[in-house]
Design a protein. Structure first.
Length: 239
């Protein structure tokens, strides 16, 4: 999930680690479970797989001009010398062509756990990169999960042992009903095409120059990126 979020944000613009962590929380709402201790190892895995790269390794000051005065040049050198951590350049990450391919596979992969709300919300945040039928399929699966969840919750309401327990279950029921209503509105808007018009993006499967079958076949033999691919994709290619 973290790799999908990182690649999705880097598709929009290059970012350094601090900006990534900030946007994971502000834009995607996944920062509660993401620390720098998990973010930087994920970036390292993606960089080792060739999915991201450092686009601005660090800041470099322009050369000190020769003034003919040793004392003047020494003073200029001291003024430009970084002091402590504040003077360090920050490593900025950008997505590569292989990262674009991996992002598409992670985003389009069928979710085996529709009850994972964070994963669904993350995929929905980048749904503009999916073709219309994939977006509708994703929403329909979420709707089916919520309908099943409501059936189970209503059975729990009847079995509640007292008013306090019942109030908690009823709260769960109200939340599920609210989510179901939201998904149904999204489905209606998706079928009408109004959501796609608000933020047009070329779907991954039809992006110019991306040849899904050829590129996936080539990437499947890369041990570095194979571990980052969806499990269902790896199993299919091993058969």
């Amino acid at each position: 999930m973290l790799e999908l979020a990182i690649l999705g944000l880097l598709k929009e613009q290059p970012l350094h680690g601090y900006e990534l962590k900030k946007r994971l929380g502000e834009d995607l709402g996944v920062a509660s479970g993401v620390s720098f201790g998990s973010l930087y190892p994920a970036l390292a895995r993606l960089e080792a797989a060739g999915a991201v790269e450092a686009v601005i390794p660090g800041r470099t000051a322009p050369p000190i001009p020769h003034t003919g005065s040793l004392s003047g040049e020494l003073a200029a050198f001291r003024s430009r010398k970084p002091s402590g951590r504040a003077g360090r350049g920050k490593k900025v990450y950008g997505i590569t062509g292989r990262g674009e391919e991996l992002f598409g596979e992670l985003l389009a992969a069928e979710s085996q756990s529709n009850d994972d709300e964070r994963l669904f919300n993350l995929r929905l945040a980048f749904a503009r990169y999916l073709p219309p039928d994939a977006r509708i399929g994703m929403l329909e699966r979420r709707r089916a999960h919520l309908v099943e969840r409501l059936i189970q919750i209503r059975a729990r309401v009847k079995a509640a042992r007292d008013g306090y327990a019942r109030s908690l279950v009823e709260h769960d029921q109200e939340t599920a009903e609210h989510d179901l209503s939201w998904i149904e509105r999204l489905l209606a808007s998706e079928r009408a095409g109004s959501l796609a018009e608000e933020g047009a993006a070329t779907p991954i499967s039809t992006r110019q120059g991306l040849e899904p079958r050829a590129r996936r076949a080539a990437g499947a033999h890369s041990p570095s990126i194979a571990g980052l691919r969806p499990a269902s994709y790896q199993e299919d290619n091993q058969q």
